[in-house]
Design a protein around this ligand. Structure first.
Ligand SMILES: [Zn+2]
Length: 484
């Protein structure tokens, strides 16, 4: 019997979110096995999953976006491990996005195209860490978690970018005291030479002002990352890996920023296997920028990460439909620019696929009826959220709702699975509760999958095909041969 799940080490692989483990695991594991792929199974701890005390709490006690899949940490880890063992597939169970945030609604907004920033105080950090530690505890208790992605993006201080001259120097002195020379010496007059996958080399040269700005910009994020790592080290008694989520920032990651962050983490003894920069990918959208620019950007960031023994991880990996990859040519660019050594993450796209499959069934059939119920519930929720300016409200949400309503007038179809308002907020359906605390839509979807054989076979096949497109598109086949 193979030893699964376990920490995979630094190896090119996909990591897939299992929002409804009971529904998605068969197809995903079938594809992993068929292509001899060792891969990740994950959920985001900042949003998608939560500890049982949150999942089982009375409705309304926690924000709806917290653990919005209705799948607890214990449940996805246990089911992931159980199914993988049964299928004989090597997997790593990941705790994605341990996010230091003021609220999970905030974290959800970050990924819905809303770039809205709030100041985080020290008390907020303590509260966020307490929550993260409780999540780690539940994960540790299962014995199955092997990987953690730390996300302290919200603690990046962009305001220092406006500082210069004496103001900057004073602030730097105040914060770093006796350490300031040491920090500067790590960057000033150093060679910092890198060689990209195309063979082209490049140098990064830092000015004193740049180093001071970087240090001030990142120090809270860095020290908080260390605190999370220390907790993991103390709590997890078996091999595990670390990824740094650097992707949910409002700007594309600069080369010097990536170098600085990795160099400082190295100094702080945090071993980094993967780092996820913001390379301009938006969730649920194909990449529409210039592919040459993208390639150069990835090549250079990958070269920097490599000098620290780390690979790039690509988040927001899904495109505008389950069939579009990340848009034409994007997988090839990602593959070439990283010399085929990368980690690639997708999650929400599997739930979108499931809803589309339900939408395709004939009018009046069980899957189609459930699909319409789910759709109505999501639109109802969004309407209320817009009307009451609730925690998930944003101008983007309001605009998407308006577009949806205008479109119904034209098409007379209130159930278009491709409507943005539905694609971006359908996730809410899994966490809508009734008075008894039940999640009726989530439960009905799982029952549909379990009881309707024809539909289950369709889902398994389409989930496997989606996974195969990902594996083949990014060249992950046979990666088990690279694992020790
Ligand atoms: Zn991310």
């Amino acid at each position: 019997m193979i030893n699964t799940p376990r920490y995979l080490g630094v190896v090119s692989h996909p990591a897939i979110g299992i929002r409804l483990p009971q529904v998605f695991l068969r197809g995903i594991l079938y594809a992993y096995r068929l292509r001899r792929v060792a891969g990740g199974l994950m959920l985001s701890f900042g949003r998608e999953t939560a500890p049982e005390y949150v999942i089982n709490a009375v409705p309304g006690k926690y924000e709806i976006s917290m653990g919005h899949t209705g799948t607890s940490i214990k449940e996805y880890l246990t089911l992931g491990a159980k199914y993988a063992r049964k299928a004989g597939v090597l997997v790593e169970m990941e705790a994605d996005h341990l996010t230091v945030t003021t609220s999970s609604a905030q974290a959800v907004k970050r990924i819905s195209g809303v770039k809205e920033y709030v100041e985080i105080g020290d008390e907020d950090i303590e509260r966020a860490l307490k929550y993260i530690f409780s999540e780690v505890d539940e994960a540790a208790q299962t014995g199955y978690v092997n990987f953690f992605t730390i996300d302290a993006c919200e603690l990046i201080d962009y305001s220092v970018e406006r500082l210069s001259g004496e103001d900057l120097k004073k602030r730097f002195r105040d914060v770093f005291g006796n350490n300031k020379e040491k920090i500067l010496s790590r960057y000033i007059n150093k060679r910092h030479l890198f060689i990209g996958s195309s063979g082209k080399s490049f140098r990064l040269v830092f000015s004193e002002e740049e180093v001071m700005r970087l240090a001030l910009k990142y120090y809270r994020s860095l020290i908080t990352t260390v605190r999370i790592y220390d907790y993991l080290e103390h709590r997890i008694r078996w091999p595990f890996g670390i990824e740094i989520a650097f992707d949910e920032t409002p700007v594309i990651t600069e080369e010097k920023d990536l170098l600085f962050y990795l160099r400082e983490l190295w100094e702080l003894n945090v071993p980094v296997d993967y780092i996820a920069p913001n390379i301009g990918f938006e969730k649920k959208q194909d990449y529409r920028g210039d592919l040459k620019v993208l390639k150069k950007r990835i090549e250079r960031l990958a070269a920097i990460a490599r000098t620290f023994g780390a690979l790039l991880s690509f988040h927001s990996g899904s495109g505008s439909t389950p069939w579009s990859g990340k848009g034409r040519g994007v997988y090839d660019v990602v593959k070439e620019a990283t010399s085929r050594d990368l980690k690639y993450k997708v999650s929400g796209i599997y739930f979108e696929l499931l809803l589309e499959l339900m939408a395709w069934q004939s009018t009046g059939s069980r899957p189609r009826k459930l699909y319409e119920e789910v759709y109505d519930a999501v639109i109802d929720y969004v309407r209320r959220e817009v009307k009451t300016r609730g925690p998930l409200y944003s101008e983007v949400m309001e605009r998407q709702l308006k577009e949806y309503e205008e479109n119904i007038e034209k098409t007379q179809d209130p159930y278009n699975p491709l409507a943005d308002i539905f694609r971006y907020y359908s996730f809410i359906a899994l966490n809508l509760r009734d008075r008894s605390g039940d999640r009726p839509y989530r439960r009905a979807i799982i029952e549909l999958y379990e009881e309707d054989e024809a539909f289950r076979n369709l889902v398994d096949r389409e989930v496997a095909d989606l996974t195969l497109r990902l594996i083949d598109g990014l060249g992950f086949a046979n990666n088990v041969d690279k694992i020790e």
